[in-house]
Design a protein around this ligand. Structure first.
Ligand code: DGP
Length: 124
């Protein structure tokens, strides 16, 4: 039986997000520049759930390097801009899941932008 899990559809330096970034999987971008893209999460946990994904392949935040400092700052500013575009003026949450215990499922760094309703805390 065909296995369609992320593990088997991705090469070690690629994931489903690489395919989205390259346009191999048709996805509407809510934001795009030469460093990152933003698109809706396929499994939204709130009325607004958008992923901000760097074009550079970094597996996870714990693997980011000193040289990624500017890029990481850029991703946060893009997340802020997308939140403004979505009119999330009452608040929102930015989340980076990291590794197994962080419940990361796609190993291409991304920031979740979640909002559009009253969120609860703590998250676990
Ligand atoms: P994380 O668990 O932090 O690695 O989040 C990965 C998110 O990616 C998860 O919320 C679902 C989303 N996702 C997985 N595959 C696709 C896809 O093919 N398209 C879109 N738009 N989102 C996806």
């Amino acid at each position: 039986m065909a296995d369609t899990t992320e593990k088997n559809t991705a090469t070690p330096d690629d994931t489903i997000f690489g395919k989205i970034i390259r346009g191999e999987i048709k996805t509407e971008f809510l934001y795009k520049d030469d460093k990152c893209v933003a698109f809706k999460d396929i499994n939204p946990v709130a009325p607004i759930h958008i992923l901000i994904v760097p074009i550079k392949f970094i597996t996870q935040i714990s693997e980011a390097k000193e040289e990624d400092e500017k890029l990481l700052g850029h991703l946060l500013l893009v997340a802020k801009k997308v939140a403004e575009d979505q009119k999330l003026d009452k608040g929102y949450r930015l989340v980076i899941n990291n590794g197994k215990e962080g419940q990361q499922s796609v190993y291409h760094l991304h920031i979740h932008l979640i909002g559009g309703k009253q969120l609860s805390w703590p998250p676990c």
